[in-house]
Design a protein around this ligand. Structure first.
Ligand SMILES: [Zn+2]
Length: 255
């Protein structure tokens, strides 16, 4: 089965630090290849608390879209878990350069030899991992180096629009049949590098994906009830739009 599982749907500092939603990232299984995207705080625990359990030693890759803590807090322990404590050299880690070098690298140096490979994400990047192709078509407008993702395998295509300020033409980089959008804000807020719900609606209206999934909610989105907000957009656009819940699984073979 090809699936996406949400190990967390929290976005931004208040919702994450108070754990109003979990923040374990997104687990993707495509044609037997397992990928974990953005292992935020609690990712390891959420893997083992999942039903059925998700075994990190079965991961083929871990992707960081950017190094902010809500996306990266568990990156090191997940690298250890993927490599069985560093005893089994396996898997690929994908991360922007500033997660590896510079002032505040988030990936510890002592475990950089544990995975088989570390790939540095770049704008226009195209990578392969077993039967999956991964693209990072565009650098996002966010405080640290950030990329969205297109993940493809056979007939399956999933796009993940990670944290960014909206910019003209953003959506044309993300043609997946299933599009996951990080929507932190309900109302727009000047000077914030995040999408709000109006941006998300515009993106969905332009892309017309088979399924749009809203996630990575900040406080204003939680107060507005993501389920209702998604339903309203779905009715206005006559397109399938849902709000992610912690632990929610989507069968990608349906799209
Ligand atoms: Zn961020």
């Amino acid at each position: 089965m090809n699936k996406v599982k949400f190990l967390g749907t929290a976005g931004a500092r208040v919702v994450v630090t108070r754990q109003l939603r979990a923040s374990g990232g997104i687990w993707l299984s495509l044609e037997g290849t397992n990928l974990l995207v953005d292992p935020g705080p609690g990712s390891l625990i959420k893997c083992f608390k999942s039903r059925p359990k998700l075994n990190p030693a079965k991961l083929d890759g871990i992707i960081l879209t950017h190094k902010h803590l809500d996306h990266s807090a568990d990156i090191n322990i997940m690298i250890e878990a993927m490599t069985e404590g560093g005893f089994k050299k396996r898997g690929t880690v994908f991360a922007p350069l500033d997660a590896l070098e510079g002032e505040d690298p988030v990936i510890l140096r002592y475990l950089r030899d544990f995975p088989e490979k570390i790939e540095v994400l770049k704008e226009g990047g195209r990578y392969s991992l077993k039967n999956i192709t991964l693209e990072t078509p565009k650098r996002h407008q966010h405080k640290v180096e950030t990329y969205g993702l297109n993940v493809k395998s056979g007939q399956i295509s999933v796009s993940l629009i990670s944290d960014t300020r909206y910019f003209e033409g953003l959506e044309r980089y993300y043609p997946g049949k299933v599009v996951i959008i990080n929507v932190v804000r309900y109302q727009p807020k000047e000077g914030l590098d995040h999408l709000d719900i109006k941006d998300a609606e515009k993106i969905i209206a332009n892309l017309k994906p088979k399924l749009a999934v809203l996630t990575h909610f900040g406080m204003t989105m939680l107060r507005a009830k993501p389920y209702q907000v998604a339903q309203e957009i779905q009715e206005r656009l006559s397109l399938k739009v849902i709000a992610a819940r912690d632990g929610m699984e989507i069968n990608l073979d349906d799209y």
